[in-house]
Write a new protein. Structure first.
Length: 92
């Protein structure tokens, strides 16, 4: 796969926003890949492989987050994150 950047936007529908459980799932997914993964909410961004960074975004229900990946496996990283999108929006 060639080196590149891929991006996905997700609107959070979880009433609790991006809380600990979905943030941990996102980190577990992101750390499987070499690519750099950045999650942006508004004007704030965080390393997608850092639970503290993701929680510091304070992403709430209705917020749109942009997840971008840059690297050799960026496309695969974004595809894996798309597969867990449902989990990111589950309450609980």
């Amino acid at each position: 796969m060639s080196y590149g950047m891929n991006c996905r936007r997700i609107t959070l529908r979880n009433p609790h926003g991006l809380h600990a459980r979905p943030a941990a799932r996102l980190v577990m997914t992101a750390t499987r890949f070499e690519s750099d993964i950045v999650v942006r909410c508004g004007t704030t961004s965080a390393n997608g492989k850092s639970i503290i960074g993701l929680l510091s975004l304070c992403a709430r229900c209705g917020d749109e987050v942009e997840i971008s990946a840059v690297g050799n496996d960026a496309l695969h990283a974004i595809e894996a994150i798309e597969e867990i999108e449902r989990f990111l929006n589950e309450a609980g």
